[in-house]
Design a protein around this ligand. Structure first.
Ligand code: XIL
Length: 438
């Protein structure tokens, strides 16, 4: 919080004046707000620090007791874009939100070879996530596993993940580990007898699979914690384990899911048990999933997290948030955040992007407004202590490289253009006053 101490005497005079007026109209509650902000004594005056005027323009202190409409008015007073046009300096997302949560970006291995990209990343973000390089299909080595010949312990190769790990280490960024146990992007041979890759390969027993699971988690965690201590602050231990469409009451994803097929119902709990065993002190364990704001998924995710929390195995819920311009409605989104907030777990927005199929001015203005509303919602819930949001990660840096673009249907969902220019969406994410809300 940016508050400076004022002169004691002048301040006391001011306060006396205030007191008289306030007593007269009998609003003692207001006195608390003006005189003892932040629990400070009555001899301290609240003054905005001129050095941080731009960042402080949201008068974050007063958002606390305001309803959403008022919070929006406050956000509207920010003028980052104007400042950028005057000075040519782009404000930093990570700095702007530093009092609320870290701000991250997902990157692919080859993103680190372009210094224009890396400069932008360093100036804008304080956390990164590997878009693919820490998934099992990247970290497991079939060759080394076969050479090792240990039926209970597959071999890993972290070469591809190291590019990101080194970058984070060299530039003082934190990293989200994504992800240990997932039905997707995990080779089938991890589940077969003799790590057999053939069509007719047989699946191993639950006992063998649990050993493989433990040894995989152990190796990845120990490797990263030993060589890159303190870099990975959170792990998505299990990803996308809920699929209500698969028809089970507990919502578990059972189709095309070898973890479930070989280990059984408790594979999620077992993964968290092993992750807890090998995690470094303070390293946070997350359950991560998409559509977590949809009612049926919310209920099952809540139950799963509650159960893991009772056992002391989980620290947070990752809401991926691959959302659309008009879906979900923000009331549902906010409701889900509050609901997860009730569990007392951390919440991280792990994969935010907003599918915008057109690059027209109109569509991009809508995108900017949507980012603005999402960030206002997140900031406001954090401010009110209704959801302990500790990170917001954007799933990609520039529009030319987004997983949402398919050959015949491009998408322009991110904050920067291919030329590293800040889009309207960037200013939306900063809650800039120039971005109109629809
Ligand atoms: C996506 C990557 O962005 C793509 O490059 C890859 O081809 C498929 O996976 N949920 C997740 C992420 O947890 O790992 C996915 O990332 C997007 C959906």
């Amino acid at each position: 919080m940016h508050y400076l101490r004022g002169g004691k005497n002048g301040c006391q005079e001011l306060i006396k004046g205030f007191r008289k007026i306030l007593l007269l109209i009998g609003i003692t509650l207001l006195e608390v707000v003006f005189v003892s902000c932040d629990g400070k004594g009555a001899d301290e005056q609240v003054v905005t620090d001129p050095i941080v005027t731009v960042e402080n323009n949201n008068t974050e202190k007063s958002i606390n007791n305001k309803n959403e409409g008022e919070a929006m008015d406050i956000a509207n007073k920010k003028n980052y874009k104007e400042l950028y046009e005057e000075t040519g300096e782009l404000p930093s997302l990570a700095k702007v939100y530093s009092e609320y949560f870290t701000v991250g970006v997902a990157l692919a291995g080859f993103d680190f070879t372009d210094s224009k990209k890396t400069d932008l990343v360093i100036s804008q973000f304080n956390s990164i996530t590997c878009e693919n390089e820490m998934k099992a299909d990247c970290t497991l080595s079939l060759e080394a596993t076969l050479a090792k010949g240990d039926e209970e312990c597959p071999a890993i190769n972290m070469e591809r993940a190291e590019v990101a790990l080194n970058f984070a280490k060299d530039n003082g960024l934190g990293m989200r580990g994504h992800t240990l146990v997932w039905y997707s992007q995990t080779p089938k041979w991890l589940f077969t007898v003799g790590y057999d890759t053939s069509e007719e390969a047989k699946l191993v027993t639950r006992e063998v699979m649990l050993k493989r699971m433990e040894n995989y988690i152990k190796q990845v965690m120990e490797y990263t914690n030993t060589n890159y201590p303190g870099i990975i602050y959170a792990w998505d231990v299990v990803n996308e384990a809920i699929e209500p469409g698969d028809g089970r009451e507990d919502g578990l994803r059972v189709k095309n899911n070898y973890w479930y097929e070989v280990v059984g119902n408790d594979y999620i709990e077992m993964a968290f048990t092993y992750a807890r065993k090998y995690a470094a002190p303070g390293q946070k364990l997350f359950y991560n999933d998409y559509n977590t704001y949809e009612k049926n998924k919310l209920f099952t995710t809540y139950k799963l997290a509650e159960n893991l929390k009772e056992k002391g195995l989980i620290d947070g819920i990752g809401m991926q948030d691959h959302i659309k311009l008009d879906y979900p409605v923000l009331t549902d989104y906010e409701y889900a955040l509050k609901k997860y907030g009730e569990l007392g777990l951390e919440i991280q927005i792990t994969e935010l992007d907003i599918d915008a199929k057109e690059d027209t001015e109109e569509a991009q203005a809508k995108l900017a407004a949507r980012y603005k509303k999402v960030m206002m919602t997140l900031q406001s819930l954090k401010e009110k202590e209704l959801a302990n949001i500790t990170n917001v990660t954007i799933w990609g840096l520039t529009d030319d490289r987004t997983w949402l673009s398919k050959e015949d249907s491009p998408s322009y969902p991110l904050l920067f253009t291919q030329e590293f220019k800040a889009k309207e969406a960037f200013f939306g994410a900063l809650q800039d006053e120039s971005v109109k809300l629809y």
